[in-house]
Design a protein around this ligand. Structure first.
Ligand code: SF4
Length: 347
């Protein structure tokens, strides 16, 4: 589907029900009726970057900062395995304290002691680091491009070009990771055309995982006082992603559940097939404040896990077993977007 077709879907009014039904059917055909639970461990809230929309930005001096010790991270992952999870997602701000070697050892230790799939989400690094972690056993990597609108990207992520993100995404694909990208819906200055282009961008890149979460303003950022993103539009984006990327693992994001307690359940009927219970140990979970009031931040890991299971059951779907990887083989499947971007820049 071209961008105009996607735009029609995102704006659809009369045909909205049919569109959602089609996305739900595409989910059943593409990835089946199981919802995979990924245990999220947010191990450091230090970040060297200064994204305007994010509470972890380095300029936020009001946020108490923490780092989990490597052994604590491994133990949290093993606890996730004992709960019955098949995947852990190790996520942090861009924190250079965790050298490539430290992350390599954490990944290796988890892989040695469990059958878990390990997803990393630690931001922009050099290709050698990504390669080291892949060799240590990391299976997947999440690196959201946030917005493919080049000017908006530059404004929202000062000092960070879209082209660099694209290059990193392609490195990750070349290294054989299952690769995830994603967007924020409702950033100030973001048009609906740009969101349609984001969906088409992720399809063309051939990502294995795709996510969309609504923008939620944080009081300690320059975007405080801006309107949050629309839950309805985010659900439409999820449905459009499912239609365009039938093979992909697509989460019902926590940001949706933060704005509307029923929205993650609704998202499972719009094509989503993943939930991410937060299994970060108690003392830290409230401090990973990308946006305020995150759903589940006052729960224990076991309560987050139980709430996610309940959402799946309420949707009439089954909780997936095993690692729940993408059926599409790792590696670069789509066309080179970084080259496209470079060509445009040079034209
Ligand atoms: S969005 Fe990521 S890179 Fe940007 S400030 Fe937040 S944690 Fe750091």
């Amino acid at each position: 589907m071209n961008v105009r077709g996607l735009l029609d879907i995102l704006k659809a009014e009369d045909e909205f029900e049919g569109f959602i039904r089609a996305a739900d059917e595409a989910r059943a055909r593409g990835v089946g009726d199981c919802v995979h639970l990924r245990g999220l461990i947010e191990f450091s809230n230090y970040c060297r970057k200064d994204c305007l929309y994010c509470g972890l930005r380095r300029s936020n001096a009001a946020l108490p900062r923490y780092r989990m010790a490597p052994g604590e991270i491994v133990e949290a992952a093993l606890e996730g395995a004992r709960m019955g999870l098949g995947t852990v997602v190790l996520q942090s701000g861009e924190d250079a304290w965790y050298t490539a070697g430290i992350i390599e050892k954490i990944v290796g230790s988890i892989k040695e002691q469990s059958g878990l799939a390990v997803t990393l989400s630690v931001g922009d690094r050099i290709k050698r680091d990504y390669a080291l972690w892949r060799r240590a056993g990391a299976d997947r990597y999440l690196l959201k491009h946030e917005t493919s609108d080049e000017a908006l990207h530059w404004t929202m992520r000062p000092g960070c070009g879209l082209g660099d993100r694209l290059r990193n995404l392609e490195w990750l694909m070349d290294l054989g990771y299952e690769v995830g990208s994603g967007i924020i819906v409702g950033l100030p200055g973001q048009g609906i055309e740009s969101i349609a282009r984001d969906v088409s961008f992720m399809r063309d890149l051939g990502v294995h995982m795709a996510s969309a979460g609504p923008f939620i303003p944080h009081a300690q950022t320059p975007l405080k006082g801006c309107e949050p993103g629309s839950v309805d539009l985010t659900l439409r984006v999820i449905a459009a992603m499912r239609l365009e990327l039938p093979w992909a693992n697509i989460p019902a994001t926590s940001a949706l559940g933060t704005l509307d307690p029923l929205a993650q359940l609704t998202a499972l009927g719009c094509g989503a097939n993943v939930l991410m219970p937060d299994i970060t140990p108690g003392p830290y979970r409230k401090m990973y404040e990308i946006y305020p009031g995150k759903v589940g931040s006052l729960e224990t890991p076991a309560q987050s896990f139980a709430r996610c299971r309940k959402i799946v059951e309420s949707a009439g779907l089954a909780v997936g077993t095993g690692q729940g990887g993408c059926a599409r083989l790792p590696g670069r499947a789509g066309r080179s977007m970084a080259n496209d971007w470079t060509d445009r820049k040079d034209a």
